[in-house]
Design a protein around this ligand. Structure first.
Ligand code: GLP
Length: 260
């Protein structure tokens, strides 16, 4: 079972997660953050940026991103390499060599996933993986049907995900069809998963991921197989959880020593 935490809004939730990351980095220089993209992790990155602006030193941190579109030039504002640079690398003052993103523009795209797996393994993996969830239940870009053992590889986006992400592009047709994404097996190797979701539009996917059957048809349900998961929600995203009263009770009675 994952630990479910419900906050009064995305900003409060983002500060909570950012404070935990700062504490973890303080305890273990060389801490490796697994970066997610999409709009959901923005409050975490903003809160981390505020810590950096107040003088917290992030320079010993490493980051590995979850996924990347295939074929978007680095100059495109939605190229995830650029998104991570804008949200994480620059505001936190990380050396660019410490930040890894799958290569979606490689000529040999068919082996880009293998190379990313090698980088991750040589580095020693991810300490805390931030995750959002798509309306299809995807984590990373692992669409329904993804194997729970899958590693980083090229995947085809669903039409639903392309439509959801069209808001970031000039035209819906500009959303790439393919991506390179960490697999569910890759994600499950991270030492701590922090799944965030905000808004009513995510409520069904969260209820299915947290309380539904573990199934490849809802890739987010893979979190139920991981021993250390924190699910960070606002009220709207939590609204379809059957055991919400219990999760609130547990949160209200959380031992001070416990951490997440
Ligand atoms: C995107 C990303 C995911 C993200 C999800 C939700 O396409 N690849 O990592 O979690 O879809 O996006 P958003 O946070 O914008 O709702």
């Amino acid at each position: 079972m994952a630990e479910i935490m419900v906050f009064d809004g995305a900003a409060t939730a983002g500060s909570f997660v950012a404070n935990h990351i700062v504490d973890a980095l303080g305890r273990a220089p060389g801490f490796t953050l697994g970066g997610a993209t999409g709009s959901t992790p923005s409050p975490v990155y903003e809160a981390l940026g505020a810590h950096a602006a107040r003088g917290v030193d992030f320079s010993s941190m490493f980051a590995f991103a979850l996924d990347e579109y295939v074929g978007l030039p680095a100059a495109h504002p939605q190229c995830y390499h650029t998104v991570i640079e804008r949200a994480v690398t620059l505001p936190l003052g990380l050396e660019p060599e410490r930040v890894h993103v799958p290569d979606g523009s490689a000529d040999d795209i068919e082996t880009a996933g293998e190379r990313y797996e090698e980088e991750l393994t040589a580095h020693g993996g991810v300490d805390l993986q931030l995750l959002g969830i798509g309306t299809t239940g995807h984590i990373g870009f692992n669409e329904p049907g993804s194997s729970f053992g899958s590693l980083t590889r090229v995947k085809t986006l669903t039409e639903r995900t392309r439509a959801d992400n069209a808001r970031f592009f000039a035209s819906p047709d500009d959303v790439p069809i393919h991506c390179v994404t960490q697999g569910l097996g890759t994600i499950l190797r991270a030492r701590h998963l922090v799944l965030l979701a905000f808004g009513k539009g995510k409520a069904a996917a969260i209820a299915a991921a947290v309380e539904g059957p573990v199934t490849a048809s809802l890739p987010g349900s893979a979190i139920q197989l991981h021993p250390h998961v924190t699910v960070v929600l606002d009220e709207a995203a939590a609204s379809e959880l059957s055991f919400l009263d219990y999760y609130r009770w547990a949160q209200d009675n959380k031992p001070a020593w416990q951490g997440i």
